[in-house]
Design a protein around this ligand. Structure first.
Ligand code: SAH
Length: 376
């Protein structure tokens, strides 16, 4: 296909891997975006071409569309989740992650039940109505422990949502947590492409099992979040198109995406960081593909750009997840280098976020911020 240089989209091979797919003109890109809006999905080849076509003109086009769709459903509300990173022990050895078990330099910590309750109390005072308990896969917290913890939070904070993000467990465990009162579960699938999954993880971890976990969570009734890193080593636009296809099948309530950022004590220390522009483009495409999604502007995005969160909101995100962990342990939950917001107390973070959201015309909504099912 031929087009003059000005109307051709830019090649983004250095970020997404070299694609042999069709090059689109900006006009063709816009038509595909319109089609994504109408059909809420595109065939693999077209989605790949559209992702490859990431360029300033198309980013503008998707951003405006994504914001319009987001505002229609969620208004100017940005939902906040209080993130409690309660353990950085992990039995897994994911090549990208700073708290992988073979990183002997990581200084390990665990929060006690009392520490966690104190974080929730502080969060409640600051207007949080969702607590996200996130950690490495740490067998120290048995199913019984997690069930007790959920009971205790549920009893003390009956009007708050409880979100878990503690990795892969058996279906029976997920059922017990659900019965104890957990409402939501975050488990990024990391990549929906089998070969790429193997490049990011050791042999004992499988994409099949991770997807099985996500399907189990959905079936049990959790508001479920999957997601992936943008620009992780070896990622191509075909892989990203597979992520979109998987998301279309799963119909999660939430999708977390953020740029890959290397951690100096991992096998990926020398790899290139994911691109902000591509992350923003994909956030907008996700909003268009599935309008009612809860989409966070992630800490990783804030880490690679001083206004990352605001730009994320501008691209279609509607959730932020500030840290409620005690300041003393914050910098130990180091998934990647340079993570921001590890120094401030929760109250400062809360105020800073409020200002940041207002600077782009949005405001923080106090409430559980549940997913809203919309017929689209
Ligand atoms: N153990 C839990 C929580 C993992 S940490 C689980 O398995 O779900 C949360 C997310 O941080 C991961 O899912 C991953 O997508 C992201 N992450 C890890 N290392 C990262 C890195 N180097 N750069 C960017 N994001 C990273």
């Amino acid at each position: 296909m031929k087009a003059d240089a000005d109307s051709m989209t830019w090649k983004t091979g250095e970020h997404t891997g070299v694609s042999e797919h069709m090059l689109l003109t900006v006009e063709q890109g816009k038509r595909l975006i319109d089609r994504l809006e109408q059909k809420h999905g595109l065939p693999m080849a077209e989605m790949t071409a559209l992702i490859d076509a990431n360029c300033p003109k198309l980013r503008d086009y998707v951003r405006l569309k994504a914001r319009e769709i987001g505002d229609r459903i969620y208004g100017k509300n940005i939902y906040i989740r209080g993130l409690i990173e309660f353990t950085n022990y992990c039995k897994n050895d994911c090549y990208y992650c700073g708290i992988r078990c073979s990183n002997t330099k990581a200084e390990r910590y665990r929060l006690s039940r009392e520490d966690i309750m104190a974080c929730c109390r502080e969060g409640k005072k600051l207007g949080f109505r969702t607590f996200v308990l996130q950690g490495g896969e740490d067998p120290y917290y048995t199913d019984d422990c997690i069930v007790d913890l959920i009971h205790q939070i549920r009893t003390a904070f009956p009007d708050c949502a409880i979100t878990l993000s503690i990795g892969e467990r058996e279906r029976e465990s997920y059922e017990r947590f659900w019965e104890a009162g957990a409402d939501r579960y975050l488990l990024r699938h990391e990549t929906a492409a089998e070969s790429h999954y193997q490049k990011l993880h050791p042999e004992n971890l499988s994409l099949k099992h991770r997807k099985r976990c996500l399907w189990n969570l959905k079936e049990i009734g959790y508001q479920t979040g999957c997601g992936f890193m943008v620009g992780s080593p070896g990622q191509t636009s075909e892989h990203l198109a597979e992520d979109f296809t998987f998301i279309r099948e799963l119909q999660p309530e939430m999708v977390g995406i953020g740029p890959f950022i290397p951690h100096s004590d991992t096998p990926f220390a020398e790899e290139t960081q994911g691109s902000m522009e591509l992350t923003l483009y994909l956030l907008s495409l996700l909003r268009i593909q599935q309008p009612d999604l809860l989409l966070p502007a992630t800490t990783a995005l804030a880490t690679i750009h001083p206004r990352g969160r605001e730009l994320g909101i501008g691209a279609g995100a509607n959730v932020v997840m500030p840290n409620l962990s005690p300041v003393g342990v914050r910098d130990k939950y180091a998934l990647y280098d340079g993570k921001v917001c590890t120094g401030e107390e929760a109250a400062e973070c809360r105020n800073c976020l409020e200002r940041r959201m207002e600077s782009v015309g949005y405001h923080i909504a106090v409430g559980r911020g549940d997913h809203r099912n919309i017929d689209f």
